[in-house]
Design a protein around this ligand. Structure first.
Ligand SMILES: [Fe+2]
Length: 278
């Protein structure tokens, strides 16, 4: 399915990822790296051309009946149950705190190959750009369900404060809601050395100090170090659905996700397809 061009999807005048050796291409790499270094994130507004992003949103909208509402109350650590194992923790400890999550996701196996979003995901120029920006080889996630997802939030939709399991997440906003649905994050809140539960708890308790916002518009591609920076999406208001694509890339060549997680997030049909009894 891999393709060598991006079919005119990307604004290459603004983001010349097809010519990374050129002066403008090198500048783009430097700016991307500087943003990731300083802030743990990099937003590229207008990455996808406006006429294209509108078509991508329409195509994604045709899949809304296939989107599965996953767990609606989860801790900031999702699946990482082992963190709290064996500890007698107070009820307000971050490992025990469940926040409201209300979003539906379309799994990768349900997104048609001919959709513009698939063409973008499988274009080699995008993978090459990310590899240059991260200064290491980058591969597409190989998981049948988790590689490419579309997240949908109607009014009331939101995602609780959490850390991602993967080190880098690449997202593309396909359609912004009328209001709300703001992406908020606290940069580098934890590290490999420390979970920093104390400050995590302060954020969960409502301390807004240190919280940053990403102003996302339809067509913005974002790179985000979500493993270290806790983040959430505030509640969506209004009739227009917030639609976001999550493009799975990894520095590991053959990354497959956890099947239990896929069943949880994409529904019992995954268990049926994989022959797992629930
Ligand atoms: Fe996340």
């Amino acid at each position: 399915m891999e393709n060598s061009n991006s079919y005119g999807l990307i604004d290459l005048d603004r983001y010349p990822i097809n010519d990374l050796a050129g002066e403008a291409g090198q500048r783009l790499i430097e700016e991307t790296q500087a943003a990731l270094q300083q802030d743990g994130s990099c937003s590229m507004p207008g990455f996808i051309r406006p006429s294209v992003i509108a078509k991508m949103a329409v195509e994604a909208g045709t899949l809304r009946h296939l989107a599965y509402l996953g767990p609606t109350e989860v801790t900031p650590y999702f699946f990482n149950y082992d963190l709290g194992k064996g500890n007698k923790l107070p009820v307000d400890h971050p490992l025990k705190r469940k926040g409201k999550r209300k979003l539906s996701q379309v799994a990768a196996d349900l997104i048609p190959e001919h959709h513009l979003l698939s063409r973008l995901y499988y274009s080699t120029v995008l993978t090459s750009f990310l590899a240059k920006a991260l200064d290491r080889p980058v591969y597409r996630n190989q998981d049948k369900y988790q590689s490419l997802n579309i997240s949908m939030m109607n009014a009331g939709g939101c995602q609780q404060w959490h850390f991602d399991s993967g080190h880098m997440v690449t997202t593309l906003l396909l359609q912004a809601p009328e209001a709300g649905g703001v992406f908020e994050y606290v940069p580098e809140l934890r590290s490999d050395e420390s979970e920093n539960f104390e400050q995590v708890q302060q954020v969960l308790d409502g301390d807004s100090k240190g919280i940053k916002h990403l102003a996302l518009k339809a067509g913005t591609l974002s790179l985000f170090r979500g493993h270290y920076s806790m983040h959430r999406v505030t509640e969506v208001t209004g009739d227009r659905m917030r639609i976001q694509a999550i493009l799975g890339f990894s520095t590991k060549p053959c990354l497959h996700g956890n099947l239990e997680s896929s069943i949880l997030h994409y529904g019992p049909r995954v268990a049926e397809l994989e022959g797992v009894e629930l």
